[in-house]
Design a protein around this ligand. Structure first.
Ligand code: NAD
Length: 262
């Protein structure tokens, strides 16, 4: 399948590990020039070097906190000056902590809004003018299965991700005429550092082993297993590609059938 992504410029936010890194890797494998960012310079540099080496890809990496609008501005500007534009922007950030409502402080709410909603706004504001000038663009937000089905003890994710879906739909409607397609990908249980941390906390809270917690999550899916980050990344690649040219404003779950609705 020709994805038409060769030589496209792709920004992948929060990409030193986990799903973001897998997305950067998968887009590099399709021949994209990759701009990566994350907070930890060393881990980011290591990931960027590995991706450049394995895929002979052009990779630009800059330490950026995605909750800082000025840092996002500079990252996008530097990407454009390195690669001549920006075609694909995948927004991502670390997930919010697992808490029930009464255990959640106002500071937790503000942090979740900053990391999981406003960071998407910052990237969209920066990349859309560049995409408009080329009359081609793809914005893909990484959120969660919580956009369709609330997860117990993830009240921050359950509430804040819904705003991203509203934004995605609005941007899709406003910028479709400029050739910009905007979609949202919602992972289910995916084998990353984030999932290991959630399993550890849940195991402590319920007096179970981490293995039992993960096994119960796997059983909650139709496929009876946890996803590999690459499986989420492949869906992002497809949405970024020419093969998904009539899809916009959608939320696509990559959850192995964990969502129980129709
Ligand atoms: P992860 O913790 O493995 O990786 C998160 C990445 O984000 C890292 O590279 C980290 O350095 C970077 N990051 C975190 N905060 C940042 C910030 N402020 N600025 C820049 N970079 C930042 O997590 P993951 O599992 O890959 O999750 C990615 C997203 O997908 C999260 O929003 C998570 O909640 C969501 N998600 C994950 C799962 C899962 O099972 N793993 C399920 C549903 C949703």
């Amino acid at each position: 399948m020709d994805t038409g992504l060769k030589n496209r410029v792709a920004i992948v936010a929060a990409s030193s590990q986990g799903i973001g890194r897998a997305v950067a890797e998968a887009l590099a494998a399709e021949g994209c020039c990759i701009a990566m960012c994350a907070r930890q310079a060393q881990a980011l540099q290591h990931a960027a070097e590995q991706i450049a080496k394995h895929h002979r890809a052009k990779v630009f990496a800059l330490p950026v906190d995605v909750t800082d609008p000025q840092a996002v501005h500079e990252f996008v500007e530097q990407t454009v000056s390195q690669f001549g534009g920006v075609d694909v922007c995948v927004t991502n950030a670390g997930g919010p902590p697992a808490k029930g409502f009464l255990a959640t402080s106002l500071e937790d709410w503000r942090s979740a809004v900053d990391a999981n909603f406003l960071s998407t706004v910052y990237f969209a504001r920066e990349v859309i003018p560049h995409m408009q000038s080329k009359r081609w663009g793809r914005i893909i937000t990484i959120t969660s299965i919580t956009t369709k089905q609330p997860v117990p003890d993830l009240v921050l994710s359950n509430a804040v991700r819904a705003a991203v879906v509203g934004l995605v739909r609005s941007l899709a409607n406003e910028f479709g005429k400029a050739g910009i397609l905007v979609n949202n990908v919602g992972p289910g249980f995916t084998a990353t550092q984030r999932l290991r941390e959630l399993a550890k906390r849940r195991a402590q809270a319920f007096g179970q082993s981490e293995k039992q917690v993960v096994a119960a999550w796997a059983e909650a899916t139709a496929l009876q297993r946890i996803a590999e980050p690459r499986e989420v990344a492949d869906t992002v690649v497809w949405l970024a590609s020419e093969r998904a040219s009539y899809i916009t404003g959608q939320t696509i779950l990559v959850d192995g059938g964990a969502y129980k609705g129709l």
